[in-house]
Design a protein around this ligand. Structure first.
Ligand SMILES: *[C@@H]1O[C@H](CO)[C@@H](O)[C@H](O)[C@H]1NC(C)=O
Ligand SMILES: *[C@@H]1O[C@H](CO)[C@@H](O)[C@H](O)[C@H]1NC(C)=O
Length: 581
């Protein structure tokens, strides 16, 4: 999964001061109180005797608020014959679920159950569990983000009793029950709306679709601006009074990766207004694609109010990532009925291959690693392009994106690039003593991505960081925060190529994550992947740990017909939506 905003959010919202560090003493004290806390009763939910989940409407009905900037005629979901897209998954007809794989699958499930149980025990209905102290946190409006985000994983892992327990709570959520005056449009769409929609797609429980529709009606209000492009925040008062405008310096991924969720909602409800909302964003993407400083790509931030693309920085990582991720995935969800998504994807990827991909310079003996990383580019006013070989965990989703697009649009070269990118992130995990990749790091790059370059000690001395493995120039942000993008790409590549060895890589990755992040209660973000020995826990467990990271690990070790990529397309929070037949 990918998402810009996990970075953007850190300055955009109130989360920056959550991080705490514990002295050894403080940590022991925390453990002591935790044990005490465990012994006393806590608001543990009671389990439902049977499967009855009842939709309860929120305290406010947003369909009663008029559109101040109505559309003259709504764009309708495209109809007509579907275009045949390439088959995604490898032919697994001889697949056998062997004992080793089954053990790995069970180990992942056990990790999920542990974190989920602690969430239920200590943070029920809160947005997040603090995995060291056992506190609950409010990070996304107070609408049980972890619970809603984990619904479909519960279903996929056959934890049906807990699924119904959580679903029964989810359909009672009240969107007016918040102390916030605004909601983060992007995060609420990918986590809450995406989570409810996929839980419905998997279980068929009508109440989940009703809750999703109610939320959809609220966040649809964000599109009520003069040019129908939404801002970053949906402010409730402004929405009621018709005072909303698009942002002048917003992350490009924010308005431009709501399309899968709103399209699925339109398909399931038959309400065209949801599709209309995002189709106008797609129109904007189409008319602006060649107008940036790097034609074919959209910059990191955009002036959506005046449609200005003046920002000169380009990336597949933070701020822009899922804009690109959603182009091929929209082709899938629409059954190929709108050819613009394929076109935009292919022109963007041409530029990416030319300017944003890097191959690390590696010492002799390592040069057989045919790997790539996605970095950044900056275009100067005189058109000179600076290429910045900086990797980010967030951009590790690109391996999966290239490979998926390569299969859908019959482009084997893109599948190969996808595999090299996925292997690049896996290699970076194993390059650090914890077995984990830093959030942001630099590499010393070869001049081209086509072939390995000879090791150059002088270049290394000038740019490399001697404390890190040869190939790296820095570990600028050394945290690992339980992100999913590396395993996401390995999972997609496994399903596409059927190469069993990718599962071994995934297993090593899983073991490293457990070794370095596990706490008494669950798993925690860590401060520094470059340390030997014990790691410093940051007491953070974002909802994507249960929604994405553990789901992808579980799926790569599951029989490949579980959430087949020929039947489902996953949103950027790993929520599977059913593809049209
Ligand atoms: C409001 O949300 C909190 C959790 O953030 C929950 O404990 C409480 O029960 C909710 N109240 C209602 C009326 O839904
Ligand atoms: C952008 O330019 C490329 C190359 O000139 C062209 O193939 C493509 O159709 C253009 N895209 C749009 C959306 O106009």
């Amino acid at each position: 999964m990918a998402s810009f905003s996990r970075d953007h959010r850190q300055f955009a919202s109130r989360r920056a001061n959550i991080r705490r560090r514990f002295s050894r003493l403080g940590f022991l004290a925390a453990v002591f109180f935790l044990v005490l806390f465990h012994l006393h009763s806590s608001p543990h939910p009671s389990r439902p005797a049977r499967r009855d989940i009842h939709f309860r409407p929120s305290g406010f009905d947003w369909t009663t608020v008029r559109q101040h900037h109505p559309v003259p005629n709504a764009h309708e979901l495209p109809t007509g014959p579907t275009k045949v897209l390439g088959r995604v998954q490898h032919d697994f007809s001889n697949y056998k679920h062997d004992a080793t794989t089954q053990k790995r699958q069970e180990a992942v499930r056990a990790a999920f159950v542990k974190s989920w149980n602690s969430y239920m025990q200590h943070a029920w209905l809160r947005d997040e569990l603090a995995p060291v102290t056992g506190d609950g946190k409010t990070t996304f409006g107070g609408w049980a983000a972890t619970l809603v985000d984990a619904l479909d994983t519960l279903w996929i892992m056959d934890l049906h009793e807990d699924f119904y327990l959580a679903a029964a709570a989810a359909v009672q959520l009240d969107w007016t029950n918040t102390t916030d005056t605004s909601v983060n449009l992007f995060e609420t769409t990918i986590r809450h709306l995406g989570g409810l929609l996929s839980a419905y797609d998997l279980s068929g429980e009508q109440a989940l679709l009703e809750k999703a529709t109610e939320l959809g009606n609220m966040i649809y209000m964000a599109f009520d601006t003069p040019n129908r492009l939404p801002g970053f925040w949906l402010n409730f008062d402004n929405a009621k009074q018709g005072r909303q405008v698009a942002g002048i310096n917003d992350p490009s991924a924010s308005p431009c990766s709501l399309s899968l969720e709103f399209t699925r909602l339109a398909q399931l409800t038959g309400e065209d207004k949801f599709y209309d909302a995002i189709s106008r964003v797609t129109d904007f993407l189409e008319r602006s694609q060649n107008k940036s400083a790097l034609p074919g790509m959209w910059p990191k931030t955009i002036d959506f109010r005046d449609e200005g693309l003046n920002e000169r920085g380009f990336t597949l990582g933070a701020l822009a990532d899922s804009l690109y991720e959603y182009l091929p995935k929209m082709a899938v969800l629409l059954g190929g009925r709108d050819p613009r998504y394929e076109r935009m994807h292919l022109s963007a990827m041409e530029v990416v291959v030319e300017h944003l991909l890097f191959r690390p310079m590696l010492p002799d003996g390592e040069q057989h690693h045919d790997i790539l990383f996605a970095g950044d580019a900056y275009v100067h006013p005189d058109s000179r392009i600076d290429r910045n070989p900086e990797g980010q965990h967030l951009s590790c989703f690109t391996g999966g994106m290239f490979a998926l697009g390569g299969r859908l649009f019959d482009n084997p070269a893109h599948v190969a690039i996808g595999e090299r990118l996925a292997r690049g992130c896996a290699w970076a995990y194993e390059a650090f003593p914890t077995g984990l990749m830093p959030e942001i790091f630099g590499i010393v790059a070869c001049p081209t991505i086509d072939k390995a370059c000879p090791w150059d000690e002088d270049v290394w001395k000038k740019h490399g960081d001697k404390t890190l493995k040869k190939g790296f120039s820095n570990a600028r942000d050394p945290r690992y925060i339980l992100r999913p993008e590396a395993i996401e790409s390995l999972f997609i590549l496994y399903r596409i190529t059927g190469k069993e060895e990718l599962r071994d890589i995934a297993w090593r990755m899983f073991q490293s994550i457990m070794r370095s992040t596990e706490t008494i209660l669950a798993n925690s973000a860590i401060a520094d992947v470059t340390v030997q020995g014990g790691t410093t826990k940051l007491d953070e467990m974002e909802s994507f740990w249960l929604a994405e990271t553990l789901k992808y690990f579980y799926l790569i070790f599951s029989p490949p017909d579980l959430i087949s990529l020929d039947e489902y397309v996953l949103n950027t929070e790993a929520h599977p939506f059913r593809r049209p037949k």
